[in-house]
Design a protein around this ligand. Sequence first.
Ligand SMILES: Nc1ncnc2c1ncn2CCCCCNC(=O)c1cc(-c2ccc(F)cc2)cc(O)c1O
Ligand SMILES: [Mg+2]
Length: 214
Amino acid sequence: TGSSRPQRLLKAVQRNAAKGDPQSVISAIDYFCRHSEWAMNVGDEKGSILDSVVSEVSPTTALELGTYCGYSTVRIARLLPPGASLITLEFNPDYAAVARQVIAHSGLQDKIHLVEGPSGDSIPKLKERFGITSLDFVFLDHWKDRYVPDTKLLEECGLLRKGSVLLADNVICPGAPEYLDYVRNNPRYESRYFQSHLEYTNVEDGLEKSVFLG
Ligand SMILES: Nc1ncnc2c1ncn2CCCCCNC(=O)c1cc(-c2ccc(F)cc2)cc(O)c1O
Ligand SMILES: [Mg+2]
């Protein structure tokens, strides 16, 4: 059988990006997705908004839900302060296998912990497994119907503290209407919408930034 799209994306990284250079890994993936095959990475336009929020928060402990090929994993990890770390959860073992190699190519593997399995199973184990007390930043980019249950789970597990920042991808396309409803009508969150476009297209999409008020 033939290769998968994530495997072809990985080949493009290994061919076109310099080892140990996160920016060249990001650029190689964006080039591949614009000129060869579209893939569901957050992309360069929404990626710039992600960068600005990560830089503003400068998280010591960050969580990503939905690794896919590791594009946003590398985008986030390259901006972390020294000693900080990013935990990323991926359900699909084939995606996880590709992501590990993309992350290795970037040279950022020491800042990243990739955990395979359903987010609903992994979230309750984060405290004991990684010795964390709370999360400074969460990037939601997995199944859109898991955004609300997993946000509630993060609250219930005591992983959010006053000031924790949640940033959700795809709130318009494919859409996460229940999530927008939840964070916008909940007094425990201060939410703001960043309008943008679906990766590598001119279809409307955007990111929702929500600060947990405790
Ligand atoms: N319980 C769990 N925990 C963790 N990961 C888990 C999980 N359960 C599943 N997964 C694994 C994630 C599945 C992929 C999620 N992302 C997406 O589905 C996604 C799709 C589009 C898209 C837009 C327009 C189109 F026409 C087609 C596709 C764009 C994006 O930016 C996306 O992030
Ligand atoms: Mg996405």
